[in-house]
Design a protein around this ligand. Structure first.
Ligand code: SF4
Length: 456
């Protein structure tokens, strides 16, 4: 194995990086000044032709996976109905604004939580509400994320009939004993059955998430998971390395030794490279640090939301419109209360400065494996090397990126350390916030876990 290791003391993961990307800076309370900017933007006409994306957050799950740290809640009848009523009101509030009514949407994404934990009727009702509220382009991509556990043929058929054309299943692994250990509710044969059913129903864009470096998982197990995905001919595969978040059930189980340990960082890197090589050999093209697609498949939502506006709706969702980046209130009760008072449920927001926009461009662009220097210059009137001189020189020297006249690209080694490379373009104060977040009151717990299981 080539030496790709030890470029950084720790590997930053998508799930710790992305949600906080530039959003964390604005996790303070609603600032009247920035909120006014947001409202003014919504009241103005959108004069750009670029397609926009929309994200709808469904925070409910039928059960809680042991590793999960996402904003989610166990499903309870009345709460779901109240939430969906508020969510539809929020969608309609956006739809009435001048900015949204003069925008074209190329992608809509229902994420969670588990959107498929909703009933067929609830899901189709939401889909229809979105279709009536936003102007979608002809080839718009509409994704419903979910679990195979609560996706039966009837539900899939209904949501596909009402316009969903991409299904994304959080499979994680096809190994039954590991599935049990993670509290995933169905077994591999059911997972495979649901994926096949989705394809037979005519969905030609089925995506799955797979996780590596799971407790007790060997390279052989990982290869088997990758091969099963390839055999199923899913159009795209997203690879996540397990991140052990403090205060999750998994963290406690690892700490007490109740479950087998996870592998070291070196082992995790071997698994990542195994995925890159196996999927590439099977004709998948790497589009993102974690994301691989078969030829002619696309994931418009990622392409658009990384570079352009993404209107985030639902509790805890994040969005950005023009220069404004925001996060909605995370508390379900507060979210519902604010909407019922006729206001946008922004929990925190920030107007991006030109400098921050350039950083965002670099961070997000690098996660898509390369930066087009011409595009950067057209937007900001400078080439990236003029702005990020030292960072680019350092990354080039380390062999993590290559730079030519047109592009800045992640090397193979750079992809291994992709999220660390992205983080290099963040401002210093932001890096400190990230550090603080990862050290929150749970520092001790994290350290113990790291010493016990990660450093092996
Ligand atoms: S289904 Fe997704 S959001 Fe829900 S607990 Fe599992 S990982 Fe978390």
């Amino acid at each position: 194995m080539e030496s790709y290791k030890h470029f950084y003391s720790e590997r930053k993961h998508k799930d710790t990086m992305i949600p906080y990307q530039l959003q964390t800076l604005c996790r303070s309370e609603r600032e009247p000044e920035s909120l006014q900017y947001f409202l003014n933007t919504l009241n103005s006409e959108n004069t750009r032709d670029d397609e926009k994306a929309a994200y709808i957050h469904v925070p409910f799950c039928d059960s809680i996976c042991t590793f999960c740290y996402f904003p989610k809640t166990l499903k309870k009848g009345g709460e779901v109905e109240n939430y969906l009523r508020a969510l539809k009101l929020e969608i309609e509030m956006y739809a009435k604004t001048r900015y949204i009514s003069t925008s074209k949407f190329g992608a809509l994404y229902f994420g969670g939580g588990t959107p498929t934990s909703l009933s067929s009727e609830q899901l189709t009702d939401l889909l229809l509400c979105c279709k009536e509220s936003f102007n979608f382009s002809e080839n718009a991509e509409i994704t419903v994320e979910g679990s195979t556990f609560n996706s039966d043929e009837k539900k899939l058929k209904k949501i596909l009939e009402k316009g969903a054309n991409r299904l994304s299943f959080g499979v994680q692994t096809f190994n039954d004993s590991t599935r049990k250990l993670l509290n995933l509710q169905d077994d591999a044969s059911h997972v495979i059955h649901v994926i096949k059913t989705a394809c037979e129903l005519g969905c030609d864009n089925v995506d799955i998430d797979l996780m590596c470096n799971l407790p007790g998982q060997t390279i052989k197990d990982w290869k088997k998971d990758l091969q099963t995905a390839i055999d199923l001919e899913v159009k795209s595969v997203c690879i996540y390395e397990l991140t052990v978040h403090p205060n999750t059930k998994l963290a406690k189980q690892l700490q007490t030794g109740e479950i087998p340990p996870i592998g070291s960082v070196d082992f995790e890197i071997d698994m990542y490279l195994e995925a890159v090589d196996t999927l590439t050999e099977a004709d998948y093209k790497q589009q993102h640090i974690t994301y691989f697609t078969l030829p002619k498949s696309d994931h418009k939502y990622v392409r658009i939301s990384i570079k352009d506006d993404c209107v985030g709706m639902g509790s805890g969702s994040a969005g950005n419109i023009e220069k404004y980046t925001y996060s909605n209130n995370r508390s379900l009760d507060k979210y519902i209360e604010i909407i019922n008072n006729g206001k946008f449920p922004i929990g925190s927001g920030l107007i991006l400065s030109k400098k921050t926009e350039m950083e965002k461009f670099m961070v997000r662009g690098m996660s898509l494996l390369s930066i087009n220097k011409g595009e950067f210059s057209r937007r900001f009137g400078k080439v990236p090397e003029d702005v990020f001189t030292d960072t680019i020189a350092k990354l080039k020297r380390k062999g993590l990126i290559t730079v030519d006249k047109q592009e800045i690209k992640l090397t193979r080694m750079g992809r291994v350390w992709g999220f660390n490379v992205c983080a290099e373009f963040l401002p210093k104060e932001y890096k400190e916030i990230l550090k603080k977040i990862s050290l929150m009151q749970t520092k001790k717990e994290e350290e113990t876990i790291a010493q016990k299981h990660i450093g092996k």
